[in-house]
Design a protein around this ligand. Structure first.
Ligand SMILES: [Zn+2]
Length: 433
């Protein structure tokens, strides 16, 4: 008897799935594969409703977007929120979120939710990964060879075949994450979309380490899939949580293609991944090319989430080659530092020229901040370090980012994608704002 025999797949299938509604086929988009249209719009179904794609998914690391009510996130157009498994595991604990009825109930958010696997955070926060260079080579610039060696040394200290050992960034206590633990935590958190546990490498890691790491990430992907269905079968009455496989492979075309083919075929009792996370180190210049290597290998009828982008040019690059959803902490993080997104680029709202600007931060912006408050008021709140400053700035930046991706989606549907791209990017990067 199989693990999934007790599951009602009719119910599960009603709580997952992806339907393509339009394609970026207005004119050929230049990809390494000629004019095959990779970009699309679609509808992603979850247990807590549908997401129209492409869509930007704001990040609420600790089950909240800092300084903004979940209700306000809904008002500003967010279709889903993404929280971090690593952070919620440390505080308050995945068991507490579970007892609260899951992430959505815990934070009074009725729409779809995502959690990441924790893989990125355990390696970037928990093992001092980002500090590699500053610590080891203070004073002198390391050679490429030294950098590569150091990156591998760091990885070997925390990563083994089973998983990753890391220290809590709160109190230094030691913890282990592996595919089974990550999936257990993510099932307790109860998000609609979860990610397989993977190893994060950097562009500094040499090719032979990338090969070794990718093979391990594939074994972890299979373990994640196995653990996911066992956990699903243990509590068959719960809303179905989808599992996305994560594609690594850094900047190497053969590795990126290989990982897409491997995860495309992976299954547990006939069940493959519900979608895919496009992960790992991506150089901005090559973002579109690398994403196209993956999306041209992946099944069309499954959604793809690109982890960690928020710049307008990155959205266009990724969307036209078939990425469907995106998340990033940047719109809220930079808002707390007074950086405001405008159609003419980013501005710092503490600049003296805004002291007497009794008009919205962005003329015509439909966000709550711009429709109710003046630039001078937000400027004043930042100057006096009031908490409300972060709230008003975050509402604007999240609205701007969510609506930018919404605008691209509507442009694809109306076959105005290229005109939209030219107008948005021409203005944003013209530096006249
Ligand atoms: Zn606004």
């Amino acid at each position: 008897m199989g693990v999934t025999d007790n599951l009602d797949f009719e119910r599960i299938d009603a709580q997952r799935g992806f339907e393509i509604t339009a394609r970026v086929d207005e004119v050929p988009i230049e990809t390494p594969y000629g004019d095959k249209p990779l970009g699309r719009t679609g509808i992603l179904t979850t247990a807590h409703g549908q997401i129209e794609t492409p869509a930007f998914i704001p990040v609420g690391t600790l089950a909240n977007v800092k300084g903004v009510l979940p209700e306000m996130m809904e008002d500003l157009g967010a279709q889903a929120l993404l929280a971090n498994a690593y952070h919620l595991y440390l505080t308050p604990g995945a068991d507490i979120v579970d007892e609260a009825g899951g992430l959505g109930k815990f934070m009074n958010w009725e729409k779809p939710t995502y959690t990441d696997s924790g893989g990125f955070q355990v390696l970037s926060l928990g093992s001092g990964y980002k500090k590699v260079l500053s610590q080891e080579f203070s004073g002198q610039k390391p050679t490429a060879e030294q950098e590569a060696k150091e990156a591998v040394k760091r990885s070997r200290k925390s990563v083994d075949e089973d998983g990753v050992v890391f220290r809590s960034h709160h109190d230094g206590t030691k913890h282990r994450f592996n595919p089974e633990i990550s999936l257990k935590i993510q099932h307790q958190l109860g998000a609609d979309i979860m990610f397989a546990f993977d190893e994060l490498t950097s562009l500094l890691h040499p090719y032979d380490y990338q090969v070794e790491s990718l093979a391990r990430t594939h074994r972890w992907a299979q373990r994640s899939l196995d653990a996911h269905w066992k956990l699903t079968a243990e509590q068959p009455e719960r809303p179905y949580q989808q599992l996305f496989g994560v594609l690594q492979g850094a900047q190497f075309e053969n590795l990126r293609r290989e990982t897409a083919r491997t995860l495309r075929e992976m299954e547990f009792e006939g069940q493959g991944f519900d979608g895919y996370g496009l992960g790992g180190a991506l150089e901005k210049e090559n973002l579109g090319t690398i994403v196209s290597w993956l999306t041209s290998e992946l099944p069309e009828e499954k959604p793809r989430h690109l982890l960690g982008i928020s710049e307008p040019d990155d959205f266009f690059r990724a969307i036209e080659v078939g990425a469907d959803t995106f998340d990033c902490v940047n719109p809220s993080r930079v808002a707390r530092n007074a950086a405001i997104y405008t159609p003419d680029g980013r501005v710092n709202i503490t600049n003296a020229r805004f002291k007497r600007k009794f008009e919205p931060m962005v003329a015509g912006c439909g966000c709550y901040t711009c429709t109710h408050y003046t630039t001078a008021y937000v400027h004043h709140l930042f100057k006096t370090k009031e908490i409300l400053a972060s709230t008003l700035a975050t509402i604007h930046n999240e609205w701007f980012t969510v609506h930018l991706v919404d605008t691209i989606r509507e442009a694809i549907k109306n076959r105005e994608y290229l005109a939209c791209k030219e107008e948005v990017l021409g203005r944003f990067y013209s530096k006249k704002g």
